[in-house]
Design a protein around this ligand. Structure first.
Ligand code: SF4
Length: 66
């Protein structure tokens, strides 16, 4: 799995951080997403998929085959 998070699309809602704090963080100044781990380990992947589904801006993309 490879994850991307588009800072230009993110609206700072923070859903991803609530779901997978090991993988996503938010910038102090404006709440925009910061990707902490673009290749998350197996035990975090379900939460990352859920974060991608829940993101109101559609800013998180998950590529399963890499
Ligand atoms: S859930 Fe989406 S919009 Fe919200 S902080 Fe994360 S990437 Fe940004």
């Amino acid at each position: 799995m490879k994850v991307t998070a588009d800072q230009n699309t993110c609206c700072g809602a923070g859903q991803c951080v609530l779901l997978a704090p090991e993988v996503f963080d938010q910038r102090e100044e404006d709440g925009i997403v910061v990707l902490l781990d673009e290749k998350p380990p197996e035990h975090l992947r379900a939460a990352v998929r859920e974060a991608a589904d829940m993101c109101p801006a559609g800013a998180i993309a998950v590529h399963e085959d890499t």
